[in-house]
Each structure stands twice: as C-alpha cells, then as structure tokens.
Ligand binder design. Structure first.
Ligand code: F3S
Length: 297
C-alpha cells in the first residue's frame, strides 16, 4: 500500500494566524487573571476547540453573555454591529478575522453605502456569510444555486461577492446567469486561494488513487467541499473522518494507493496521527509520500 498526502492540505494561513493569536491572548489573560471568550467555536475543529477550552477559553454564542474580559472574533468574521457592541461594553477586542474575509466585508460595506444591492454567493447559515451580510444591514441576497437567482428582484445595481469556500465553477455559473439578467453589476471573485488550492489538489489526487481520506470537522464547510469533490471521482471510496480513531470502522487493506487530504481547519498533528495510524495498521505494506503524487515511492 502507498499513502500520498495532497500537495495542499490542512491549516490555511487565516486559521493558523487565528489560533496563534488566540493562544497568545489566552496566555496574557491567564497572567492577568482575566476572562477570555470566543464568539462561537474558534474554528470548525472539535479537537482543537476542546483543547483551547481546557486551557481556559470560554465559547460564547452571543455578546450578551459577556460582561468583562477579552473577546476573540474568529477567522470567519462577524457583522459590523458586533464591533459596536464590543466597544459599548468596553471589552478588549481580539480580532482574528481572516484578511480575505475582511476584504469581503469592506467591499460589501462600501457598495452598500453606494446604494448597490449586495449578492452573496454562499450558504446563508454559514457564520462567514452571516458576518458578511452584517456589513450591509443583513439586506444582501444570499444564494447558492442557479434556481435562487429568481429571488433577486431589484432595479438597483448589484455588487456580487462570494463566500471564501465556494467552488469556483459554481461561482462562475451563477455569475454568468446573473449577467444575463442584470446589466449593472460589479463582480468580486472573493474565493480564497487556500480553499481553491486544497480543492484542486484533492481533485487531482483523487484521480490518481484508489481511495481518498478527507480529514476535518463535520461542520467545516471547506472540508465538506473536499469530501464532495473526492466523492465525484471516488463515490464509494472516499472516507470522511475527523480524527485517527474514526479509522477503526474501515478496512483499507483492499487499496494499494490511498490519498489523504484535510480541510483548512485541520491541524497538522491530526493529519500526522491519521497517517501514523494507517502506517501502524497496514505496516507491512505501506510506503508514505508526503510531497504529492510525484514523490510517491
Ligand atoms: Fe482565510 Fe481562506 Fe483560511 S479565507 S481562514 S485563508 S480558507
């Protein structure tokens, strides 16, 4: 058996920065015996969040529950109003919004002020999209399929942005369909390159292996997109897991070449544990390549 790790996988720049900043602020709070909160789970990875909670981070779903201390805004970002709430309550702000998400918020804020209708291509319930919509008074149209274009009824010009984790082909299809109906439209492709790189690498790798293992949180949007992409190529042979323990339910011995990828909120130590567990279980037959298919032994 050979095991190949996708060229791009695991923690992205935004999540890495957010975790580092959170840990730094947690240490400061501990030193001065102050409370530290995160507005929602810091990232969509249960193992990482459990670890941070055990070290003193308190997860709070709303700002109403927080009376003092520091508040971490996670990489997904939040609506504009939350910044005002934090200021009004004199809380210490720790903003780990990913710069790529910040850019979308700025675009939406500006074009909303310029009297455009905002269109966000993404999932309405995802925290990043809820946050982005909060920069145009929650008046944006949120769509994620061609059918939903019907919802957009307006004479105003449109400003179109995307959730960072949208697949590019879907974004392009929706934008083309919108262009047929609306003349006055500004389009910003705000899909994150880290997401795109992970999706391209996963797709490429799944075309070269017998099975794919996708590691990441069940609530991680970008991980679920990787699962979807791999399943397109390997519908019966794609395994979505959160951690090495989840491998216990599968028998991988029938495969001779297995690809591994991981969502942008999966830390390296979990990827290593998974690869180690496969190595230990199928020790007699395994060769590991960590530099992508070209480097496979
Ligand atoms: Fe930022 Fe992209 Fe990661 S938007 S949080 S670098 S997936």
């Amino acid at each position: 058996m050979r095991l190949v790790l996708a060229e791009h996988s695991g923690f992205c720049f935004g999540v890495q920065k957010a975790i580092e900043k959170a840990i730094e602020e947690m240490e400061k709070s501990k030193k001065f015996n102050k409370n530290i909160f995160a507005l929602g789970p810091l990232i969509h990875n249960k193992q990482v969040v459990d670890d941070l909670q055990s070290r003193g981070l308190v997860i709070s779903e709303t700002i109403d529950e927080i009376e003092n201390g520091s508040v971490i805004i996670r990489s997904h970002g939040v609506p504009k109003q939350i910044y005002k709430d934090i200021e009004n309550k004199s809380l210490h702000l720790v903003d780990t919004t990913c710069p790529f998400v910040k850019r979308i918020q700025k675009i939406v804020d500006q074009y909303h002020k310029d009297n455009y209708n905002i269109v966000i291509i993404g999932s309405a319930s995802h925290p990043e999209v809820v946050g982005i919509n909060g920069w145009c008074d929650h008046e944006g149209y949120v769509i994620q399929s061609l059918d939903e274009i019907e919802k957009i009824v307006t004479d105003k010009p449109l400003c179109v942005v995307s959730q960072t984790t949208m697949p590019t082909p879907l974004f392009q299809k929706i934008v083309s369909a919108l262009k047929e109906r609306h003349d006055n439209m500004k389009v910003f492709n705000t899909i994150c390159l880290a997401t795109q790189d992970r999706q391209d690498a996963a797709l490429e790798l799944s075309q070269q292996v017998d099975a794919m293992i996708v590691i990441g949180g069940r609530h991680s949007s970008n991980t679920q997109k990787l699962v979807e992409l791999c399943k397109r190529i390997l519908p019966e042979d794609t395994y979505a897991i959160e951690q090495s323990l989840d491998l216990n339910q599968y028998n991988l011995s029938k495969y001779s070449l297995i690809g591994v990828t991981a969502g942008a909120s999966t830390p390296n130590y979990i990827i290593k544990e998974v690869m180690q567990k496969i190595e230990n279980t199928y020790r007699k037959t395994i060769q590991i390549a960590i530099d992508g298919p070209a480097g496979a032994g």
